[in-house]
Design a protein around this ligand. Structure first.
Ligand code: SF4
Ligand SMILES: [Zn+2]
Ligand SMILES: [Zn+2]
Length: 302
């Protein structure tokens, strides 16, 4: 079968659109699609310094690769930020891969650790939990958001880009829906152009399996080891469920994504948050004490 865009043989079939691509035209289609998403949601402004959150997985390294290419043709710069949670045996491989990859494409890279910022690693905090039901990923997520904010201030970036893809958005939507958390659904709107610190997801309209193919066809090295806490929550079950739906109904994920962005922007407009200052650390938050101080003091009091 031939590529729809050139005379090469096709290597990838995009089922939901019926298009066939050779590796090179496929990669160009991902770059074009990402550029369109960035412009549709005003994600990056002229002259911005974009901090790319790079974990060492295929999505974040592919994002770095794609944004580096787009930045050469548009007026913005990129820097890479990695958060080291302090999970023994997991983060070391990733740090080496990210370091080498950033040097190879000439991108400044900085690592911020939970230990350095909060005085304890994720594993040390999880050990303090006892019988507490709070999940590993909830604690990790709270600390990661603060670590990213610290990293972006420290590196002087205007916007933080993460490698979240379309599948991640669908999974998060269902998780929030099942948890009855409509507030968080409002935070999923991809248009963050009016926020102080913009957090953008340039891959939010791209299927996860296409990023796997992008990483392989561009020889992007990525971490093979999964986080040991990865399968503790419900996310993997939802991911498998959505993949099986897509298999028999091509394009269903795209339809769901469109519905989610509409619902999210309606909820976001209705829910205007009132910001306060954390009495303990001075960070911006919605209560008297921020979620980081709250979580750490709860764990330390055990
Ligand atoms: S899977 Fe959970 S615990 Fe592991 S790095 Fe991701 S958020 Fe943190
Ligand atoms: Zn081609
Ligand atoms: Zn605080």
């Amino acid at each position: 079968m031939k590529c729809d865009r050139c005379d090469n043989l096709a290597a990838y079939s995009r089922k939901y659109s019926g298009e066939n691509f050779c590796s090179s035209c496929f990669s160009n289609s991902i770059i074009q699609k990402t550029t369109r998403t960035i412009s549709k949601y005003n994600m990056i402004k002229r002259g911005d310094i974009v901090g790319v959150a790079v974990s060492g997985g295929k999505d974040s390294l592919s994002l770095l690769h794609v944004l580096k290419k787009i930045s050469l043709a548009h007026d913005f710069k990129i820097k890479a930020i990695t958060i080291d949670e302090g999970i023994p045996g997991y983060r070391d491989e990733a740090l080496r891969i990210v370091n080498e990859f950033c040097s190879s494409i000439d991108v400044e890279h900085k690592v911020y650790s939970y230990k350095g910022l909060f005085g304890t690693t994720l594993t040390e905090n999880l050990d303090l939990r006892g019988d507490e039901k709070i999940s590993s990923c909830s604690i990790c997520g709270i600390l990661r958001r603060r670590a990213m904010d610290y990293g972006s201030d420290n590196l002087g970036v205007d916007v933080i880009a993460t490698g979240h893809n379309l599948d991640d958005t669908l999974q998060t939507f269902i998780i929030n829906l099942l948890a009855g958390d409509t507030k968080k659904i409002g935070w999923m709107d991809p248009d963050t152009s009016s926020n102080d610190t913009r957090k953008i997801k340039p891959f939010c309209e791209i299927y996860e399996n296409e990023l796997v193919f992008y990483a392989f066809s561009n020889n992007i090295p990525f971490q093979s080891e999964e986080c040991p806490h990865m399968n503790e929550g419900i996310r993997t079950e939802i991911r498998n469920f959505l993949n099986s739906l897509e298999k028999s109904h091509s394009g269903i994920k795209n339809n769901m994504y469109k519905s989610i962005t509409k619902i999210s922007s309606i909820l976001r407009d209705q829910d205007q948050m009132e910001w306060k200052i954390c009495a303990s650390c001075g960070s911006k938050c919605t209560g008297e004490i921020c979620s980081v101080c709250n979580t750490l003091s709860n764990l330390r009091s055990k």
